[in-house]
Write a protein that binds this ligand. Structure first.
Ligand SMILES: Nc1ncnc2c1ncn2[C@@H]1O[C@H](COP(=O)(O)OP(=O)(O)OP(=O)(O)O)[C@@H](O)[C@H]1O
Ligand SMILES: [Mg+2]
Length: 315
């Protein structure tokens, strides 16, 4: 169990993390989602003891990053952003070096090597130089380094950044497999990425937690708008205009006419299903309904509404 409590990090004037709180349960795959600069890497680096917070704390199975950093590090495997590997080293030697730093040598190293080779699928590149490897294999080697000491918790910062679509699928599967036995936290700024593997997600924006829950929970808490597209025949302009007066939660977003067929775009708050009322009104008004389709908010909309700054930041 990991507890992050009132965590803040200032880089001089920049408040990168502004007092965040969350818990990670054992065995969970948690997605850490947020746009560029949200504070994901900063938080993960603090959790792994590589960076000191300005205030607040993280405890891991009761061990605090302040008082017991060694205990914390022993339990965590960390794949940093931009996975910095030693390019000139042979994969085998690199793993031997990383294991050695953790005190894993001799027989213990042999058995650890066998394990990570199998899990990460890196047997065939064991005697190649890191620099020669494809990005996908580099990422696998990075993962092997992160799990060489068989940690209970894996923290992966943007593990699929820079990979091609096939490699992304492979890494996702690898993360899912690892998640069967371990607690995994993975960060990404891509919603689909997190949705594909995570049980639960935390959305970070501008240094603050703006959402925390499963897909379904995030959708349910979203106070967005649902759209209803109608194509109707024989509807008078006056009867369409009168619709919002009859059903006050509805607004007309747009309409177009082709002959006696009109296409009308209606909007109403999600959670209020107004289709039946609209249908009754249509019948009363003598419309012939050719089409009626609802477009509900997607998780993508939830993410955008929570993380888009005013004026947009899509530059
Ligand atoms: N060493 C540093 N010195 C000064 N500012 C920093 C430093 N590291 C990060 N920042 C700033 O802190 C904020 C959060 O950065 P962080 O790297 O944690 O975000 P992130 O969510 O990981 O973003 P990305 O998706 O781009 O990796 C940003 O405004 C960033 O510019
Ligand atoms: Mg980052």
């Amino acid at each position: 169990m990991i507890h992050v409590e009132n965590l803040t990090k200032d880089y001089g004037e920049i408040k990168a993390v502004k007092g965040i709180n969350f818990t990670v349960n054992d065995g969970e795959i948690l997605g850490f989602l947020g746009p560029n600069g949200a504070g994901k890497s900063t938080t993960l680096r603090i959790m792994t003891t590589f960076l000191a917070p300005t205030s607040g704390t993280v405890t891991l199975d009761g061990y605090s990053i302040h008082e017991h950093p060694t205990e914390v590090r022993r339990r965590i495997g960390y794949l940093p952003e931009l996975n910095p590997l030693y390019g000139d080293m042979v994969v085998h030697d690199l793993l031997k070096f990383v294991a050695g730093v953790r005190g894993i040598t001799g027989k213990a190293f042999k058995s650890a090597l066998g394990r990570v080779m199998g899990v990460c699928g890196i047997g065939e590149v064991m005697h190649r130089t890191v620099r020669e490897l494809s990005k996908g294999y580099k990422q696998r080697v990075g993962l092997a380094m992160a799990i060489i000491h068989d940690p209970e918790i894996l923290i992966l910062d943007e593990p699929s950044a820079g990979l091609d679509p096939n490699q992304i699928v492979e890494i996702r599967q690898l993360i899912k497999d690892l998640g069967k036995e371990k607690t995994v936290i993975l960060s990404s700024h891509i919603l689909q990425e997190v949705q594909a593997v995570a049980d639960r997600m935390i959305i970070l924006n501008n240094g603050e937690v703006v959402a925390d829950g499963t897909n379904a929970e995030l959708m349910a808490s979203f106070q967005g708008k649902a759209q209803l597209i109608m194509e109707v025949k024989n509807a008078s302009a006056a009867s369409i205009k009168a619709l919002p007066q009859k059903i006050p939660d509805i607004s007309i977003q747009g309409q177009s006419a082709h002959g006696n067929v009109r296409r009308v775009q209606l909007e109403y708050p999600t959670g209020h299903d107004l289709r039946e009322q609209v249908f009754k009104y249509a019948v009363e008004s003598g419309w012939t309904i050719l089409e009626m389709s609802r477009q509900q908010a997607q998780l993508e909309d939830v993410f955008r509404s929570l993380t888009l700054m005013e004026g947009g930041r899509d530059a």
